[in-house]
Design a protein around this ligand. Sequence first.
Ligand code: C2E
Ligand code: CA
Ligand code: CA
Ligand code: CA
Length: 279
Amino acid sequence: AKESGKNNYQFYVAEMTTLVSERLALENDLRSALERGEFSLNYQPIADCRSGAIVGMEALLRWKHPERGMISPALFIPLAEETGYIIPIGEWVLRTACEQCRGWQKAGFPSLYVAVNLSSRQFHQKDLTASIHRILQETGLDPTRLGLEITEGLIMQQAEASVNTLRELKAMGIRISIDDFGTGYSSLSYLKRFPIDVLKIDQSFVRDIPKDEDDAAIASTIITMAHSLGLKVVAEGVETLEQLNFMREHHCDTMQGYYLSKPLPPDQFTALLKNGTRL
Ligand code: C2E
Ligand code: CA
Ligand code: CA
Ligand code: CA
């Protein structure tokens, strides 16, 4: 027993060492990924629940590692956040997404908007509003055609500073969405205090609709509450016609999910815009 205990321990140390060195290697590769052009954006359409028309798209970051292939943002975004690389990467995302959106507007879809995810460190950086202002000017995208997605946890971290940043962004005309709504631990009172435009129902509440009655109750309550506060609602992770119909019956404004389309590279997104949707 003693022997195997020791072996287990050695195994554990070896495994930890591998994890740590893998992480270090990834961190190192992340540092040069931007200048090597390894990032790209995919776009997932957001459609009007009723008409099925594509009204906008969410920009989602992709990293193609030279040896390891595609690495999930769920893995590398936290790493970029901890190392601070998220600042230049996030700026690249914003610029690229605004440029692309402007391109599609010029190609015959003038009212499209683009939604960009902001991480905590990015949102709390000092010159965020100045940097966004510059990007909008340089790309020519109208501020009302840019949406920023943030989580409730992120704004609650520094509530006072967050209100100010949100007010500045709002004053520019930018729309603010609360991402993954319902999964945080904060009270709902911030919805009154913060200048928010959109709630995105987290996909964990959508996944088991219509089977799970609790999830259905939560989703319909979020929609009703949002509307009575004057907010719009996006349902995330809509994968089936039943789920879409549920959202329609409960007057959800817009939807996003595999039922309509997975996130697409720009050329495929262009094709989808031209062909229209089957909703
Ligand atoms: P998120 O913002 O909640 O994005 C939605 C995620 O759900 C995306 O995963 C999308 O591909 C996936 N999804 C969309 N529709 C469906 C569906 O019908 N079913 C299921 N099961 N999944 C669906 P993705 O692209 O892997 O992104 C994961 C997360 O990484 C994002 O979650 C976001 O938090 C983060 N992320 C992605 N791009 C960026 C970025 O540019 N900046 C920052 N800060 N975070 C990003
Ligand atoms: Ca998002
Ligand atoms: Ca989300
Ligand atoms: Ca998420």
